[in-house]
Design a protein around this ligand. Structure first.
Ligand code: HEC
Length: 149
């Protein structure tokens, strides 16, 4: 499956653009962040799912291919570094999920709320149509990009 996904994404002009962007650097880290803080009842939420291969793969499939209006990779990048093909067109910049300095302090419930609601005034869309479990699967995948240093 991973090979299939990579084959799908790493072809044609999109890949040429990605390759170019990766030459610009490893992604912005630490990253300036002015995102609105989620309401308390969300901040307290804990991910009810565990990082089984099935859950992480479901998150990966949404992130790389299936999410609507656009898959997360267009902005957040195939490798989660925030350098997707839309990187140059949006301000503020997409979150770099590989950056533990920025991601490590953000509670699961904060990520959940932003994915459901979007971040108003930025390019981050609302993915309100997703089931709660799909959002939690996405978060398991996002967390897999940043490891504590
Ligand atoms: C069209 C571009 C775009 C797409 C598509 C997109 N994002 Fe984002 N995302 C952004 C931008 C820009 C930000 C930064 C928002 C800000 O600074 O408040 C962001 C921020 C985030 C954050 C950080 C929240 C925080 O509190 O710091 C999360 C989590 C996130 N996106 C998840 C996702 C997921 C999951 C998907 C796919 C289901 C997705 N994004 C798709 C542009 C996008």
């Amino acid at each position: 499956m991973a090979i299939l996904l990579a084959g799908l994404c790493l072809s044609g002009p999109a890949f040429a653009k990605h390759a170019k962007e990766h030459q610009e650097g490893p992604g912005i880290c630490p990253q300036p962040r002015q995102t609105v803080t989620a309401p308390d009842e969300f901040l307290q939420l804990k991910n009810p799912l565990t990082a089984t291969p099935q859950n992480v793969l479901a998150g990966q499939t949404l992130f790389q291919v299936d999410a609507k209006p656009s898959p997360c990779r267009l902005c957040h990048g195939i490798s989660g570094d925030g350098l997707g093909i839309m990187f140059h067109q949006v301000q503020p910049k997409p979150r770099n999920f590989t950056c533990y300095q920025t991601m490590g302090d953000l509670p699961d419930g904060q990520l959940f709320w932003i994915i459901k609601n979007g971040s108003p005034g930025t390019a981050m869309p609302s993915f309100n149509y997703l089931e709660d479990d799909q959002v939690w699967q996405l978060i398991l995948y996002l967390r897999s990009f940043s490891k504590k240093e």
